[in-house]
Design a binder for this molecule. Sequence first.
Ligand code: RAM
Length: 333
Amino acid sequence: MKKRLLVVGILLLAFALALPAYAQDFTIAMVVKGAGNPFFEACRRGGEEAAAELGFNFIFQAPATPTSEGQIELIDALIAQRVDAILVSANDPDALVPILRRAMDRGITVVAFDSGVAPAGRHMFLNQADMELIGRMQVQMLAEMIDYEGEIAILSATSTMANQNVWISWMLQELTKPEYEKMDLVGIVYGDDLREKSYNEALGLFRSRPDLRGIISPTTVGLAATARAIEDQGLSGKVALTGLGLPSEMAEYIRNGTSEAIALWNPIDLGYVSSYMAHAVLTGAIKGEAGEIVNVGRMGEREIVEADGGLEVLLGAPFVFDIDNIDEWADVY
Ligand code: RAM
């Protein structure tokens, strides 16, 4: 009898010890636009930081090139693997909806971040910063650099990426204001978030538009490639440059004056907060409904709000980097 009690006791203890470990054994996968992009490497660091704090398994995956086909394949495999949540920065807001719906139907939590998916294909979206502000501020920054006069162009990522397209639509709105009367948008080109293609698109702009005064590149890949192209062609001082860039990639160009100022938010925080959002749904801390407050670790708390027909959380405000603060940030991300 004593022996049986002992066995039962041991079993109960083993069960109790195993329970928290089992309950916390979530796997959260991050699927980004494409491999070899330092912006997403920073998002990955944020995801890993959250995983270390919260004790979930973290998987990072990127298609070889930024295509939705590549992302669909990866997501398909993650569904088969039965991950608990998928964090995704989409290469196309609509093309990923069917596969993400399938993921949600299987009980997988889907949080889009950085570049959104249509609301039908996700539970929530982590918005990096006010889209209108990001779009408008890039035009304002370039206008200051070229004294509100001359030909300008936009060098974007791919023509299907939601984040760049929304920012560009706000740039176009901003450009209708009377103060930009003497600025002429002569082209929008796409470097597809690939270094060489972006570089070549920049060269193409210099060739076809010899009077070009400025370029906005709302992509970290495009911006760094364009800066290199401007420098290689000896056009610093003639063609002004701004956009969204990583301080680590742009520091040398800010120091040598190829670009006076750029903007961005913190991509580490983006990976960190999206991971916290998904984890909060998995633990049941939130249901993922409008009006709920989600705890996002060292970033504090955020409210889930309704926006554009879906639910979203706002990370914060973008930062501007220039010669006065670039040294502080060049080693951070
Ligand atoms: C590139 C990607 C990413 C975007 C940044 C600004 O790294 O296109 O989605 O947010 O630029």
